[in-house]
Write a protein of this length. Structure first.
Length: 700
């Protein structure tokens, strides 16, 4: 039992707007409820009818003599509010509001929807919709929808924000015999959303795979929390269309520009352990693979083929997808060598040759499946005159039975001549495709999932020491008082120090003499940088001078910077010149943050310096809940990591210090939602420790 049990397994259902007139939605719904085998009691509600489809009808929900678990509402939009209030007063627990004409049609509709949601909240009702096709559960069974098809019972839960997509899928699945545990049209998601149904499906014993089509996620943090848990219980495959608003936001920082529009979703899905499908085809192929196939123990793939070309294509795909071609044991190779024709390729991909009949496939398959170095098998077949598609299919089914833990995928490359074999595989639950690529894509999805479930759940890291929140608050207060949103470098460095991020000493000077004083205090050599909130990319306007080793050089550089900046940007307000201790050169990195509307702060790490945008060697993670292990994974994803580990004889850099700094940056941006963007570029990484050189912070 969970919160949605009375919605998905109701004992009593009212259909408000039920109609005896064929062709009307209210007619389809009442018939769908009757014909799906629903075992509870159904109450048609219609003010004008005494009986609908053989069931006694009631003029209103208030007249139903029993407690109603679910009311399906299919009356015109203007009447929905009244019906919902009636349902509330009658103690109805859940609503499925089929009616369109709400948020999706504009401001007036949005008002209607808000009112409707408030009514649900007032009476403690949960609502699916409005603007939905409805909800189907094949195991209850219930068909609270106006869909034309009731799917076969199966193990896939499909949640869709598009009604059209859902209807099309139901139609298609009937033609290929694909079954579903449940199908939910999410519509406007005024109350219940994909998050609630992911949670429900994860706990549902009849569901093995969760498949979603979504256009947006409204509550990013809750989605991440629920989906991260659910993804460890069952594979979740998502296709997400559209782009997030983060991209539409003009980004002034490097990190913002690198993040791009769809990145937050990508990062969030990956961090949750969700498998993201890029195309509708891939979504279904993955769903079929997950529903029907065992999960491989590792990423080593064996290919058995009767033609060279497709074998090579499959091999390329294996590598491109980050899988490995299995290396057979000596015993397997010997057996294959002794029993296959001399021209056959016994190494992976095993080419049993164009004239292979079923017996040759059978032999190769048996040996390859039995090999401990093989985690999954792909069988490719082209039909030539001597090919025995049906008998070869039987050989595959025998192997399937004998090696139930080893996933076998087939690609039958052809049409009519292979159709019977393909149908046999479909019936037996062996995924069969027309070409090798989707088979490999499916294996890659399964392997990814295996990694997700087997990755350790990391304990929350111990609290960070040396955090001064009050100090940061005071700096922000001063900045806002000064009518600014961009911090000066010296202020940003102070913020960093408050969070234990080691930053190079920096001070603001308003005259050449003051600059010399500061330089003498911190010791030569120093760097001078123009301090102006309007100038984000200082090098571009000649606003930076490095390697200044004496008072004379500092004075001279001060004047030159002033001249340059006045020349390039005469209007820019200049606060002075920052004097910064020149730090010894380390590996140049960037650590940054950009904020996404749905998912909150995203942390970036990568190769730093002035080529950041050109090289784009950056990885991202959500700042919320960022663990040390995830930070390490994040570092590993970049080429910068190769440098950090010591490239071409160089000493390795202090990776532990970097991980610590990223944790601190994440803590800072989580603690201060007013930080809209942050860039530390460059951060110098040394053999021992790191130093943040140029820190940019923008607040709101
Ligand atoms: N209580 C109970 N029944 C009521 C009622 C009420 N308060 N008010 C009206 N009804 C009855 C009507 O009498 C009618 O029954 P009848 O066929 O016996 O005359 C029935 O409810 C439907 O009302 P009607 O005015 O005929 O509406 P309709 O069937 O033309 O349209 C919807 C209703 C909900 C189908 C329509 O407004 C709609 O939203 N369509 C789009 C649905 C959609 O696309 N959803 C999203 C999919 S992604």
């Amino acid at each position: 039992m969970n919160e949605l049990t009375s919605l998905i397994k109701p004992e009593t259902v009212a259909v408000v707007g039920a109609s005896p007139k064929p062709g009307k939605i209210g007619y389809t719904i009442i018939n769908n409820m009757i014909n799906c085998g629903y075992k509870g009691r159904i109450f048609p509600v219609n003010p004008r009818e005494k009986e609908i489809c053989g069931l006694a009808a009631f003029p209103s929900v208030a007249d139903i003599p029993e407690q109603v678990d679910l009311a399906i509402i299919a009356v015109p939009a203007a009447r929905v509010q009244g019906v919902a209030e009636e349902c509330g007063r009658a103690g109805v627990k859940n609503l499925v509001v089929i009616t369109a004409g709400f948020k999706e049609v504009g401001a007036e509709g949005l008002e209607l929807e808000k009112k409707l949601l408030q009514t649900c909240r007032d009476y403690g009702m949960r609502m699916l919709g409005p603007n939905v096709v409805g909800l189907i559960d094949t195991h209850t069974p219930i068909n609270a929808s106006f869909a034309a098809q009731f799917p076969k019972q199966g193990e896939i839960a499909f949640l869709s924000q598009s009604g059209a997509m859902l209807v099309a899928l139901l139609d298609w699945s009937a033609s290929v015999g694909l079954g579903f545990s449940k199908v939910v049209s999410l519509g406007n998601k005024a109350d219940l959303s994909e998050i609630d149904f992911i949670e429900e499906a994860a706990a549902d014993p009849n569901t093995r795979v969760i498949m979603c089509y979504i256009e947006d996620i409204v509550d990013g943090p809750r989605f991440v929390e629920v989906a991260s848990r659910a993804a460890r219980q069952k594979p979740i495959i998502v296709i997400k269309s559209g782009t997030s608003q983060a991209g539409a936001q003009a980004a002034s920082s490097h990190t913002g520009a690198l993040a791009g529009s769809d990145l937050a979703y990508d990062v969030a899905f990956r961090q949750c352990g969700i498998i993201r499908a890029r195309t509708m085809t891939e979504l279904f192929e993955l769903a079929v693979a997950f529903a029907k196939s065992p999960v491989p123990g590792g990423n080593r793939v064996a290919i058995v083929t009767n033609s060279g070309g497709p074998g090579i294509i499959a091999t390329d795909n294996v590598e491109n997808r980050g899988l490995q071609m299995a290396r057979f044991t000596k015993e397997t190779l010997e057996e294959l060598r002794e029993n296959l024709p001399a021209e056959a390729n016994i190494y992976n991909p095993v080419d049993v040759l164009g004239d292979a009949k079923a017996d040759r496939y059978r032999f190769a398959l048996q040996k390859v499946c039995a090999d401990p170095n093989v985690d999954s098998v792909v069988v490719l077949m082209c039909s030539v005159g001597v090919t025995q598609p049906v008998e070869t299919t039987e050989a595959i089914l025998e192997a399937r039975k004998e090696f139930p833990d080893k996933p076998i995928f087939a690609a039958y490359m052809g049409g009519e001549s292979l159709a019977e074999g393909a149908a046999m595989l479909a019936r037996a639950g062996v995924p069969c495709f027309t070409f090798p690529e989707p088979a490999i894509a499916a294996i890659s999805g399964l392997v990814k999932y295996n990694e997700i479930v087997n990755s350790p759940v990391e304990e929350a890291a111990a609290g960070l020491q040396g955090i001064d929140r009050k100090g940061v608050k005071a700096i922000f207060y001063d900045v806002i008082k000064d009518n600014r949103l961009v911090l000066l470098g010296s202020e940003a460095a102070e913020v960093a120090r408050c969070y234990g991020i080691s930053a190079a000493p920096v001070a603001l000077a308003t005259s050449p003499e003051e600059a010399v004083d500061e330089a003498e205090k911190m010791g030569y050599p120093v760097v001078l940088k123009v301090a102006s909130p309007k100038i984000l990319h200082k090098t571009d306007v000649g606003g930076v001078k490095i390697g200044l080793g004496s008072a004379g050089e500092v004075r001279q550089a001060f004047m030159e910077i002033m001249d340059n900046v006045h020349g390039y940007m005469p209007q820019a307000v200049i606060y002075g010149i920052e004097v910064q201790k020149m730090m010894p050169k380390g590996t140049e990195l960037i650590i940054g943050m950009t904020r996404d509307v749905q998912f909150g702060p995203l942390i970036a790490f990568g190769l730093g310096g002035i080529y950041v945008n050109l090289l784009k060697d950056v990885s991202f993670r959500l700042a919320k809940g960022l663990t040390e292990r995830e930070i390490e994974n994040m570092l590993r994803e970049t080429k910068a990591y190769t440098l950090l580990r010591g490239y071409r004889g160089e000493k390795p850099r202090d990776i532990a210090a970097l991980v610590d700094v990223i944790r601190r940056v994440a803590a800072l941006v989580n603690d201060f939602p007013e930080i809209t963007e942050m860039d530390i570029n460059p951060v110098f990484a040394y053999e021992d420790g790191i130093s943040a050189l140029d820190i940019k912070i923008t607040i709101s």
